[in-house]
Write a protein that binds this ligand. Structure first.
Ligand code: SF4
Length: 502
């Protein structure tokens, strides 16, 4: 397939969407960092409690989730026409719309726009999509310095670190570590700076104010774009976004094509769901909206860059496309037992946690990010909290199936797993073979087991015991026990309700 809904399919996405090592390797290393685990547990526990309280206040929460799911499904079904509508409205209001197929093209366009202003500095609003395309590094390569102005993003940038959470990028850092970074990197910061949060915030405020007042170009992402009016919307908590969106002469907004909403009225649903799901607040402290250019008010040059970077490929997958409904609230990260223990860096993508495990592989191509769909226990907690009702566990299973199928097509010989499954199927298809296998397993368990557990099995079963032990099979099988107790074989019922001997 080369087109979908009339749009050419983009090549697999590029940018900061995959790590340099598989998830299990990175996760194993992260699990050995006890400070990281303490920081993560404290932060996720706090955010989870706040979210639960805020969500509990709304009696129509489930109806809001249903509405959001329906709006997003409708948007994705007609994405091509909504995008054209958005482009027309933005252009009518004095904005310029650009289209980018991938990260490299997007970075080239943004760098060119900044260079055209003659500026060598930009101030940035926190934006996942610019992290995704690696915009800061690309601008730096062209001699342009990007200053992050969100407090957590600033900590990450000054610490030459990587974000590990969608909403709280520095969740893996504690106060003492942040103080050290500020003292080391901010230059003229007071040496008596303490790790008291208000003191750290004041230091950041003083540092950033100079950047805001000097900047001629602002760069932002967008939480929502309204096709009906051409309006863009950014929500944030610190007011830094409002500064970046209003003070510079030129504003460049990078938006993934999936961030669209059809009409202004749809915002009503999402502006209730997003703050309660993300920060546990009733509403966002700052909600900024703008439509094109307003003479004499705010930036007089506005560029909107619409980014694909693998999104049309995801849209073509009838199951996987629901990942494009995500509004990046991060509620699924905060409830995920895997994320809470491994942290965000282990995912290797700017989108960690459950949403990263379903979105990143679709943007890059499943084969290029094959360990992420397996980075889940499939407990379903992510689905329960998702404000747009993304059935993440089902998408994970679907992507695993896609991965297995793609692997199968590439191999000439069947994999060890396929051989094992075929053998298991053959054994289980016949009751005598199955009973013989149970007897053999029981005897082997007595030889290999210590203290009721088997800690090491021979290949290929060693793949299981490499990361966990296995219980010793019971000395008596269920059938033998039944026979001893009842003197008869257990029976099961077939679909016609007849009792058959198993
Ligand atoms: S998948 Fe749902 S819960 Fe997770 S970040 Fe996206 S919208 Fe939030």
């Amino acid at each position: 397939m080369t087109t979908f809904l009339g749009m050419p399919l983009a090549p697999p996405g590029v940018g900061h969407l995959r790590g340099t090592e598989p998830f299990p390797v990175a996760a194993r290393r992260a699990l050995g960092d006890s400070q990281l685990r303490r920081n993560l547990r404290k932060a996720t526990t706090t955010i989870r409690a706040k979210r639960a309280a805020a969500v509990g206040e709304l009696p129509d929460w489930e109806r809001l989730r249903d509405a959001a799911q329906a709006i997003k499904a409708e948007t994705m079904a007609h994405l091509d026409s909504y995008l054209e509508q958005l482009e027309a409205r933005v252009t009518e209001r004095g904005g310029v719309v650009h289209w980018a197929r991938d990260a490299a093209e997007a970075n080239r366009i943004v760098a060119g726009l900044v260079q055209a202003t003659g500026s060598t500095e930009v101030v940035k609003v926190k934006s996942m999509v610019t992290d995704e395309i690696g915009l800061n590094d690309a601008l730096a390569a062209d001699g342009i310095t990007a200053y992050e102005t969100d407090l957590a993003e600033l900590i990450i940038q000054l610490g030459e670190d990587r974000p590990s959470h969608i909403l709280v990028p520095a969740i893996h850092r504690n106060r003492a570590e942040i103080r050290e970074i500020f003292l080391r990197e901010m230059g003229d910061v007071d040496p008596a700076l303490t790790d008291d949060p208000p003191a750290l915030a004041e230091a950041a405020r003083l540092y950033l104010r100079r950047k805001f007042l000097a900047a001629r170009v602002g760069v932002s992402g967008a939480n929502f774009g309204i096709a009906q009016t051409g309006t863009l919307c950014v929500v944030e908590s610190e007011g830094n976004g409002r500064m970046c969106l209003t003070l510079p002469e030129t504003l460049i907004t990078v938006m993934g094509i999936e961030k669209l909403l059809p009409s202004w009225n749809d915002l009503e649903v999402f502006l209730q769901l997003l703050p309660r799901s993300s920060t546990g607040e009733r509403m966002n402290p700052y909600t900024s909206m703008w439509t094109g250019v307003t003479p004499g008010d705010g930036p007089q040059q506005f560029h909107l860059l619409l980014l694909d970077n693998g999104r049309t490929a995801a849209l073509a997958d009838q199951v996987g496309r629901a990942a494009l409904h995500c509004i990046r609230c991060s509620a699924c990260l905060n409830v995920c037992p895997v994320y809470e223990r491994a942290g965000g860096h282990a995912y290797g993508s700017v989108y960690p946690g459950p949403i990263g495990a379903v979105l990143s592989p679709q943007l890059t191509g499943v084969q290029d990010n094959a360990t992420l769909p397996y980075a889940s226990s499939l407990c379903g907690a992510c689905y329960d909290v998702c404000p747009v009702k993304i059935d993440t566990p089902s998408i994970l299973v679907h992507l695993r199936a896609r991965h297995v199928e793609e692997e199968r097509q590439q191999r000439r010989l069947p994999s060890g797993e396929a051989i094992t499954m075929a053998a298991a199927s053959w054994v289980m298809a016949d009751s005598r073979r199955w009973q013989a296998a149970q007897r053999a397993a029981s005897q082997a368990g007595r030889v290999l087991g210590r203290g009721g557990r088997i800690r090491r099995l021979p290949p290929p079963l060693s793949a299981w015991t490499a990361a966990r032990d296995a219980p010793v099979p019971a000395p008596v099988t269920f059938r033998q026990w039944w026979h001893q107790e009842h003197g008869d074989q257990p029976r099961h019922r077939n679909q016609a309700g007849r009792g058959d001997q198993a």
